[in-house]
Design a protein around this ligand. Structure first.
Ligand SMILES: Cc1cc2nc3c(=O)[nH]c(=O)nc-3n(C[C@H](O)[C@H](O)[C@H](O)COP(=O)(O)OP(=O)(O)OC[C@H]3O[C@@H](n4cnc5c(N)ncnc54)[C@H](O)[C@@H]3O)c2cc1C
Length: 337
């Protein structure tokens, strides 16, 4: 690891490695720091990734690490714990300093944040142990795998009825566990009934498993409902704590009136509110799939390269004494990407 790079990428999964790939191919010096906890790690396969449909996430990212290494990108295992700007004479930072959990301090001209998100799960005993296997959240990620099975849907927000309808498209045998009657209005209830979804109202006491296999749920009444799979919604919280030194915080994400997570605000190419800091993937878009996160990483990487090209031009013009290139800071290429 050197002391200084063109770009440091925080996070080395779909978004981060894709940003690194396009930057490496553009001959930028790139350091990827990865804490090794991709959001889909519990899942056996990553689905809807064209060309690698169903590949285990660990395999997908191992291939990605090999691919970026071929272009000189350095990938280190570790966690960025702090970040700060390096200020110049202009209004925009000229670079960024990051501190790793090893204590190492590394600087770069630009930063790509691809640190993903954490799923905060409903607090039902036994649920977390099955997350990503017997307990699923996404009909697109896991729906095919649970097709025609006995599926329960844990309704914990007003969006839960829609969640149940999504899974009903995959199986005739769907039960909605409405944990609080206030969450489902009469129209939604009528819709669930019209689609043949059983409705069980009241608390779910715990998720039952036999060994590694989900068996069903135990209700507050003590009754047991046998299931093959349980769908449950998480709250998807952006991993941004290490960005506080830059003044970057995640904002609430709403679906209707319901808060479903948090994310960094970015523009169409991933630029955050701090010039020179870009973000891609779930940290900026909690609903993005693996391939969408990879695409956002590519977009952000391309924008960073364009930004640096303009900054280099500004510096060259200033050095040539034209005066036209004053300021090679992070905003120098702001219109270029
Ligand atoms: C159980 C489950 C199954 C899923 N299945 C699918 C599926 O089949 N198909 C699909 O398209 N989508 C699926 N998804 C969604 C998928 O997980 C996301 O689309 C994807 O993980 C987003 O990629 P990312 O690169 O933005 O973030 P992540 O995959 O979360 O990667 C972020 C990386 O950054 C690292 N990191 C975090 N903070 C730091 C830090 N401070 N310093 C250094 N590194 C850091 C993390 O350790 C991690 O390695 C699934 C989600 C879940 C929860």
């Amino acid at each position: 690891m050197r002391d200084h790079y063109d770009v440091i990428v925080a996070g080395g999964a779909a978004a981060g490695l894709s940003a690194a790939l396009i930057l490496g191919r553009s001959r930028r010096s790139v350091l990827v720091v990865d804490a090794g906890e991709p959001r889909n790690a519990p899942a056996e396969g990553a689905h809807n990734y064209l060309g690698r449909e169903g590949a285990p996430p660990t395999e997908l990212y191992r291939i990605g690490r090999d691919e970026v290494a071929a272009y000189g990108v350095e990938v280190v295992a570790g966690r960025i714990v702090a970040t700060s700007t390096i200020d110049g004479d202009g209004p925009d930072p000229v670079g960024f300093s990051v501190t790793l959990d090893s204590g190492a301090v590394v600087t770069a001209r630009r930063l790509v944040v691809a640190s993903g998100a954490v799923d905060v799960l409903p607090e039902v005993p036994g649920l977390a142990e099955q997350w990503g296997r017997g307990v699923v959240h996404c009909p697109f990620c896991h729906g095919w795998e649970v097709r025609d099975q006995r599926i329960g849907v844990l309704v914990t927000t007003p969006n839960g009825a829609h969640h149940a309808l999504m899974f009903r498209a995959l199986s005739d045998d769907v039960t909605a566990f409405v944990t609080d009657p206030a969450l489902v209005d009469d129209t939604a209830l009528a819709g669930l009934t019209a689609r043949g979804i059983r409705i069980v109202t009241g608390p779910v006491a715990r998720v039952l498993s036999s060994g590694d296999v989900l068996r069903g749920v135990e209700l507050g009444s003590g009754d047991v409902v046998e299931l093959d799979a349980l769908a449950a919604a998480s709250t998807v919280e952006a991993r941004v704590g290490f960005l506080s030194g830059l003044g970057l915080v995640a904002e609430d994400q709403l679906m209707g009136d319901v808060r479903f997570g948090s994310a960094l605000q970015v523009d169409a190419v991933g630029q955050t509110s701090v010039r020179g800091v870009y973000a891609a993937g779930n940290v900026a878009s909690p609903m993005a799939t693996v391939i969408a996160s990879a695409a956002a990483g590519t977009q952000a990487g391309a924008a960073v390269h364009g930004d640096l090209v303009q900054a280099d031009l500004a510096a060259a013009l200033a050095g040539a004494g034209t005066g036209a290139g004053a300021g090679a800071g992070a905003g120098a290429g702001r219109d270029s990407a």
